[in-house]
Write a protein that binds this ligand. Structure first.
Ligand code: OAD
Length: 234
């Protein structure tokens, strides 16, 4: 089977009702990004950052995977599919995707402040507490204070290197729903081998090199079109 690598951003989950970051009305219009999503912001006001991610968790548990997430799962019948996502939601997993690598962390996880290898999944880790989806500066799990398992701005992206290895092995590479503003994620395209077909699904696409086939559409409609194109290529 050919290796189909799909790199997704916030637009992938837009049809599930989860706000993107940079579209008008997006999250970074409402919250100063460096207050709620940076290492400095967390050091300055950790309570605000906890509350920001608590809200995102409440939104996520009320949301469902959309037809686009499911279309990616369907492609597993024809291809060896790898999803590399900038999204911190778990909608690819809940749709049933088998291989998902998160570049920017995972909303439903927290980790120990004093040992980053200790990662805990909510709500299991907080069962019995008044709100098992909510953490605060006082939350203690297994004797450890915790922080969101999110890659903040100003922090390294530990999964970028494995992502580049996956991208370099792609036979077909697809980008969906990202403004390609955030590095190193936006640089993944550079690791795709020359000659490999590259598609980009986005209703308002960023500027991309000429060799990229742009499908100007939302994720679910764009994936339906892509599946028709790729069916012939499987
Ligand atoms: P952005 O909010 O920057 O971009 C969202 C993209 O989704 C835009 O290109 C939109 O045109 C597109 N879009 C909107 N609706 C869509 C739909 N229905 N179907 C497909 N695409 C649609 O989000 P990202 O590029 O993912 O990081 O942002 C990257 C990172 O910036 C995020 O992972 C987050 C943020 O700061 C962290 O918080 C670490």
């Amino acid at each position: 089977m050919k290796k189909l690598v799909i790199s997704t951003g916030a637009g992938m989950s837009a049809e599930s009702g989860i706000a993107t970051f940079r579209d008008s009305g997006g999250l970074w219009d409402k919250y100063p990004v460096m207050d709620v999503a940076s290492a400095d912001g967390f050091a300055r006001n950790p309570a605000l950052v906890h509350e920001f991610y608590n809200q995102r968790r409440r939104e996520l548990v009320a949301a469902e995977p959309n037809a686009g997430h499911r279309a990616i799962v369907d492609l597993e019948r024809l291809f060896n599919v790898y999803v590399i996502t900038q999204n911190v939601d778990n909608l690819h997993e809940r749709a049933g995707s088998g291989k998902v690598l998160h570049l920017h962390g995972e909303l439903m996880k927290v980790r120990a402040l004093d040992d980053e290898s200790l990662v805990y999944t909510l709500p299991d880790a907080l069962v019995g507490s008044p709100d098992p989806l909510a953490t605060s500066v006082d939350t203690v799990i297994d004797g450890h204070k915790v922080r969101p398992h999110i890659v903040f701005f100003q922090e390294a992206v530990p999964n970028f290197e494995p992502a580049t290895e996956i991208a370099a092995e792609a036979d077909i590479f697809v980008v969906i729903g990202t403004s390609m503003n955030v590095y190193p994620a936006a640089a993944l395209l550079r690791y795709v081998r020359p000659g490999v077909p590259v598609y980009y699904i986005d209703p308002n696409p960023a500027t991309v090199p000429d060799y990229v086939t742009v499908i100007r559409a939302g994720a679910s409609e764009g994936l339906a079109r892509l599946a028709a194109i790729l069916g012939a290529d499987a």
